[in-house]
Design a protein around this ligand. Structure first.
Ligand code: KIV
Length: 284
């Protein structure tokens, strides 16, 4: 049995100066491949809503959606630490709602940790969840669940006030007990300051090279959406092209009768059909 990665292992990676790769996954096969490749942390992000379920934001994603996909990922990943996102309005109402839903992601889904968006304002919630023995990853900068307040997906922390607020948020979350913090769409120099200021790891997405780790959305890095590639994403494959080509060839093969061939078909003792009164071989 492979040794599971723990939050302690993640903390030690920062101490050793070892960079931390993290990827999202939402289903069994991708979790299995990411795990086998050696990704130490898998995020079942609520980006699920956009990249898998076809919504135009993460807002409609429910706790039930999250549990369904976390379960599939947990069946595929044997070694990686699985972090499950608490979706919109599943932790903001009050602490007892947050504890209840965080518990569900672990008990019903099989996650090892939860992630929730927000800074100082949610620090108390982060602290209460962590006190219950549930590791919490925080998420600041561009927090997609607040897209309607931000008025779009744009870089955060460029002004003096915003930089100061993000630094305050990060420190408050570390003090509250978060084991790591995602920095999303944060200028690289500010990520450097936050990363140096904290003893817990920072995990960047669009936050530059100075973070302790990086997280990418699987569909972005695999090139599954040919029409949109975020500036912060690097495409390691162009699966959309490969899949479209495969679909086109499949359609052609079915239409021209070249699929299935002999090698994709099953034979039998054709005498049985003759005994039943049928001609065994179908005429050409
Ligand atoms: O939901 C998600 O995939 C995320 C990452 C973008 C960090 O929160």
């Amino acid at each position: 049995m492979a040794k599971k990665v723990t939050v302690r292992d993640i903390a030690e990676m920062k101490v050793r100066g070892e960079r931390i790769p993290m990827l999202t996954a939402y289903d069994y096969p991708s979790a299995r491949l990411a795990d086998e490749a050696g990704v130490p942390m898998i995020l079942v992000g609520d980006s699920l809503g956009m990249v898998v379920l076809g919504y135009d934001s993460t807002i409609p994603v429910t706790v039930e959606d999250m549990i369904h996909h976390i379960k599939a990922v947990a069946r595929g990943a044997r070694r990686s630490l699985i972090v499950g996102d608490l979706p919109f309005m599943s932790y903001q109402v009050d602490t007892s709602q947050a504890l209840h839903n965080a518990g569900r992601l672990l008990q019903e889904g099989g996650a090892h940790a939860v992630k929730l968006e927000g800074g100082e304002k949610v620090a108390e919630t982060v602290g209460r969840i962590a006190e219950c023995g549930i590791p919490v990853m925080s998420h600041i900068g561009l927090t997609p669940q607040s897209v309607n307040s931000f008025g779009g997906y744009r870089v955060q922390g460029k002004s003096k006030d915003e930089s100061a607020r993000l630094i305050r948020d990060a420190v408050a979350l570390e003090e509250a007990g978060a084991f790591a913090i995602v920095l999303e769409l944060v200028p690289a120099p500010l990520s450097r300051v936050i990363t140096q200021r904290l003893s817990i790891p920072t995990i960047g997405i669009g936050a530059g090279i100075h973070c302790d780790g990086q997280v990418q959305v699987l569909h972005d890095m695999l090139g599954l959406y040919a029409d949109f590639v975020p500036k912060h994403a690097r495409q390691y494959a162009r699966l959309a092209e490969i899949m479209s080509d495969a679909f086109t060839r499949y359609i052609a093969d079915v239409k021209d009768g070249s699929f299935p061939g002999e090698e994709e078909s099953f034979g039998m003792d054709e005498g049985i059909l003759e005994e039943l009164g049928y001609k065994a071989t179908i005429p050409e």
